[in-house]
Ligand binder design. Structure first.
Ligand code: NAG
Ligand code: NAG
Ligand code: NAG
Ligand code: NAG
Length: 292
């Protein structure tokens, strides 16, 4: 899955390179600069103003394009690392879930949202949308109206943001499994076999997982939180400014996802602790555990 993901990106990026190279140094209509005839008789300040305005609206330079490429390329690695962290956390969530399923003899329902969860997610979504107005986690604008070099960089940003979407989706899945386990525990106040354990029947076969997954990602001495620092750069050109802002919010997004991942790991461990406590309880006795 991950390999496929990476291959996809390489292929996609390659395609863009040739396209962008083809259009790289063409100059487009008016942006080629003023010709001498037009300039004759213009006062010096006007000329200066005009030049400034032109710089503002011109495509980014080849040098700027290469610079953006150079600072964006290394961001793929931490994004994939974030994803790999979550794959390990997913295996750990599976582990806790399988223990609970084995103890209760029924499936943990995790892929169905509760009303509260729906409300929370909607609020989070709104927060994200609000935040995007101020630049945080902002999506790159659609590239259709960008000049070629800026569009090329914008496309790289779009690919990286798509990868980040996959990271956030997996984070949501793992957290939902955690939530499903907690919900089973909290809503089974009489233990794994219920209030009348003599009447309990397993609803299927749920083998006990053999061992907890082992990984450096599950070692609490290793933090998963990243602190990537964006390169600061001021530009006169509006496209360069926009790309710089998108680059910075992508880094904020990567750092934020890694921190959420680190928090999620702690919550998964806590839930596993609740799960063990729940599994060990005698059934038929009121012993409600609030695991939410
Ligand atoms: C977790 O379990 C699901 C369903 O059984 C499976 O598809 C997925 O690959 C598992 N994840 C890991 C990381 O083992
Ligand atoms: C038992 O499992 C079946 C299918 O696997 C499901 O439709 C049913 O709701 C389950 N019953 C209980 C009590 O969980
Ligand atoms: C729980 O796991 C044990 C060991 O794998 C197995 O013998 C038992 O049948 C499982 N229980 C259920 C309800 O599947
Ligand atoms: C956890 O990581 C630390 C440092 O990386 C290492 O010294 C320790 O042995 C690891 N613990 C386990 C259980 O692997």
């Amino acid at each position: 899955m991950l390999a496929f993901f990476a291959a996809l990106l390489v292929a996609a990026a390659g395609e863009e390179v040739s396209e962008a190279l083809a259009s790289d140094d063409q100059c487009q209509g008016d942006s080629c600069g003023l010709n001498a005839l037009q300039l004759r008789g213009t006062k010096e300040e006007e000329l200066l103003e005009l030049e400034q305005e032109q710089r503002w609206l011109k495509d980014i330079t080849t040098k700027e394009k290469n610079h953006f490429k150079h600072i964006l390329a290394p961001l793929q690695k931490p994004i994939v690392t974030n994803y790999q962290y979550l794959v390990v956390l997913d295996s750990y969530a599976n582990y806790t879930m399988e223990k609970i399923e084995n103890a209760t003899g029924s499936e943990v329902v995790w892929n169905r949202k509760s009303l509260l969860q729906q409300a929370e997610e909607e609020m989070e979504q709104e927060e994200m949308e609000d935040a995007s107005t101020y630049g945080r986690r902002r999506r790159s604008v659609s590239g259709a109206d960008l000049p070629p070099r800026a569009r090329y960089i914008n496309k790289i940003l779009i690919y990286l943001n798509k990868e980040m979407d996959a990271v956030w989706n997996l984070n949501t899945i793992v957290d939902r499994k955690r939530w499903g386990v907690g919900n089973t525990i909290t809503s089974s106040p009489y233990g794994p076999h219920g209030e009348h354990p003599e009447r309990w029947r397993a609803n299927g076969t749920f083998p006990l997982p053999l061992a907890a997954p082992v990984s450096p990602v599950l070692n609490l001495t290793n933090t998963l939180t990243m602190h990537i620092k964006p390169e600061e750069h001021k530009y006169d050109n509006k496209y360069a400014q926009q790309l710089q802002a998108d680059y910075q919010s992508l880094i904020d997004n990567i750092n934020d996802a890694s921190k959420k991942c680190n928090d999620l790991r702690a919550r998964l461990f806590k839930m596993d602790w609740y799960a063990n406590k729940f599994i060990a309880l005698p059934s038929g006795v009121w012993n409600k555990i609030d695991a939410q």
